[in-house]
Ligand binder design. Structure first.
Ligand SMILES: C[C@H]1O[C@H](OP(=O)(O)OP(=O)(O)OC[C@H]2O[C@@H](n3cnc4c(=O)[nH]c(N)nc43)[C@H](O)[C@@H]2O)[C@@H](O)[C@@H](O)C1=O
Length: 338
């Protein structure tokens, strides 16, 4: 079975994680260290924190990793970071959709050119496996569900367009140069350390802070939600399965929930089922840009790398609520209050 993610698969492997200071990247880094890999964690220096979300990681894990501060837009720094690694998990990206309306050029620089820099270094240095991170946003609003990997792509935001460019570059490096690239396409991931701007922390922070009215944007979009522990298991499975090379693999739960229902479920999980949930017109995305439905077909992940999700939505949301409760100082609740 190629999708095994046992200690033996990762023990002694020299792995670079780009975007290791991010939400998913920090969890992936921890998981790889626990699986016995030698991890180099590439973290973008922000001036505020040297480690990003890795600052929250187990101190033992932090001691075990090699941290390099560089930016994927710098080809020389990327090359130095890739040198000596046999596997690269490429997660570094700009991910906020609303900010991509304001600064599309920076999304091209980081997401497209940054990916090209990683691919070129990996090709030149003979890396044995690259896992490139795509996103369900590249599908645009579902034309049918569940969305399999053959579903057409549609760039509804500059963010999505930049990820489509990055994905195409990754595929071209596989076809043109035989670089062993696997493309993982996660649907929405949630859990501890997720950005305060994403919808689940936005809801949870208002609920936990005791607001009686929760202000959101559009309550109708449907999302397929995967707990970060499952997503990270997906990265390891895709990274160890030969059958995923040269392929896109969806990682999602296969179930959709509307944002309004999600808000009600979070309020219930947090023990505040009576809060009011209201739509705030200021927070709506342009209708042509909003992706209204994303639900994953997960057959390929199951068949090619043996991955399946294990965390129920209720348990996962309890984890998110617990994280927000214990780090409420990180959430600017008034920014979201009505
Ligand atoms: C897979 C994908 O996942 C993320 O993109 P996203 O789906 O936009 O994530 P989100 O948590 O910001 O929104 C989810 C949905 O919820 C709606 N929504 C309603 N009211 C609020 C609200 O008040 N805040 C936010 N943030 N969203 C709201 C919003 O309009 C959207 O329909 C990125 O990490 C991206 O990098 C990525 O690749």
């Amino acid at each position: 079975m190629t999708g095994l993610t046992t200690h033996e698969d990762w023990a002694g492997r020299r792995v670079l994680v780009t975007g290791a200071g991010g939400f998913i990247g920090s969890h992936l880094t921890e998981r790889l260290v626990r699986a016995g890999a030698e991890v180099r964690a590439m973290v973008r220096y922000t001036g505020r924190s040297d480690l990003g979300m890795l600052a929250d990681a187990d101190p033992e894990v932090r001691r075990a990793i090699e941290i390099v501060h560089s930016d994927v837009t710098d080809p020389f720094a990327v090359r130095r970071s890739v040198d000596g690694c046999d596997t690269v998990f490429h997660l570094a990206a700009l991910i906020a959709i609303p900010y991509s309306y304001v600064a599309p050029a920076s999304y091209v620089a980081t997401n497209v050119t940054g990916t090209l820099n990683v691919l070129e270094a990996a090709r030149d240095l003979g890396v044995r496996r690259v896992v490139h991170t795509s996103t369900s946003e590249t599908y645009g609003t579902a034309r049918y569900t569940p969305i399999d990997e053959q579903h057409p792509l549609q760039p509804q935001s500059p963010y999505s367009a930049s990820k489509m460019g990055a994905d195409a570059m990754a595929e071209s490096f596989h076809r043109s140069f035989g670089l062993p690239v696997a493309i993982i396409r996660p649907f929405n991931t949630y859990g501890p350390r997720q950005s305060a701007r994403a919808v689940i922390p936005t809801i949870a922070a208002q609920v936990v802070a005791g607001r009686d009215r929760i202000a959101l944007g559009d309550l109708r979009p449907i999302r397929d939600l995967t707990h970060v522990a499952d997503t990270v298991a997906g990265f390891l499975a895709v990274g160890s399965a030969d059958a995923c090379v040269g392929q896109v693999t969806n990682v999602g739960n296969g179930r959709g929930i509307a944002i309004g229902d999600l808000a009600r479920l979070i309020a219930e999980v947090a023990g505040r089922p009576d809060v009011d949930i209201v739509e705030d017109a200021q927070r709506l995305r342009p209708p042509e840009s909003e992706v209204f439905e994303l639900v994953a077909a997960t057959d390929r992940a199951r068949e090619r790398c043996g991955w399946r999700p294990t965390v129920s939505l209720r348990d996962g949301l309890a984890d998110s609520v617990g994280y927000v409760r214990s780090h409420l100082d990180r959430f600017d609740v008034d920014r979201y209050a009505v």
